[in-house]
Every structure is written in structure tokens, then in C-alpha cells.
Design a protein around this ligand. Sequence first.
Ligand code: FES
Length: 139
Amino acid sequence: MESAKKLVEVKVEGRDQIKLESLDQQNKVSFIGCFEFTQLVKSYRAKFGNDVYKWPVPSGSTHSEMVIREFVKKLKGTWDYPYKDEELCHCRHVSTKTVDQAIINGAHTHELASRWTGCSTACGTCKPDVEKIIKYRVG
Ligand code: FES
């Protein structure tokens, strides 16, 4: 019989990570990160149990809430990130991932995302996409 494997992972580079590995319907959840992040994961486990598929989608704009929100939405199949290309700012060659990580780390306005990553500092065509991502991430 063939094994059914599944991996759902969300991470902030050099910071927090939460991962679900499933093999033949056995789920293993692991996480590492800062104090705030690990406390939030532990509080979710305490409130909603070990079955991460039953966790509610968190609201809020802390980096921990954003990471867990992405994780839960991916588990539920409702993650619909608003920008699909790898590179977001073509003038400055700034990747979508770089901008996204900056947003998670606190760049919650277009001005900050631009200052931290260099995106949108030439033609400005990418500005609406940066704003869409900020809105999707932060609300
Ligand atoms: S595409 Fe980002 S500044 Fe031109």
C-alpha cells in the first residue's frame, strides 16, 4: 500500500515556523519561534486541542497571528494569496517573498514595505500589488 504524505509549512525566515507533517493520517505538528509565537501556538492547543484542522482562523496583525492564520487557512484550503508571481517589483528585482516577509515583520504600510525592501521605488507599477498583499495579510 502506498503511503499518503502531506506537508503544510509556514515560516518567517530566521524567526518562526509551524509545520504539519502527515503520514497515513498520522499528524505531527512542530513549531519553533520567539516567545510570543510559541505562546500563541500553545494557547491554541490549550483552547482548541491538538487537531490543528479544528483551529479557528486567527484575526489580528501580529506576526504570530499572521503566521498561524496562513497555516490554518492552508489546512482548510482557504489560503488565497493575492499575488502569484515570484518577483513582485520588476524594476528593483524584489521578490514577492521579500515583500511578504517584511509585511509579516511589521511593514504594514506601503511606505514601510517600500523603505524596507526597495520595492516601488522606480515606476511604481507594483504599488497596488504591494497594497493588496498588505491588505490580505494585515486586514
Ligand atoms: S515594478 Fe516596482 S517600481 Fe517598477
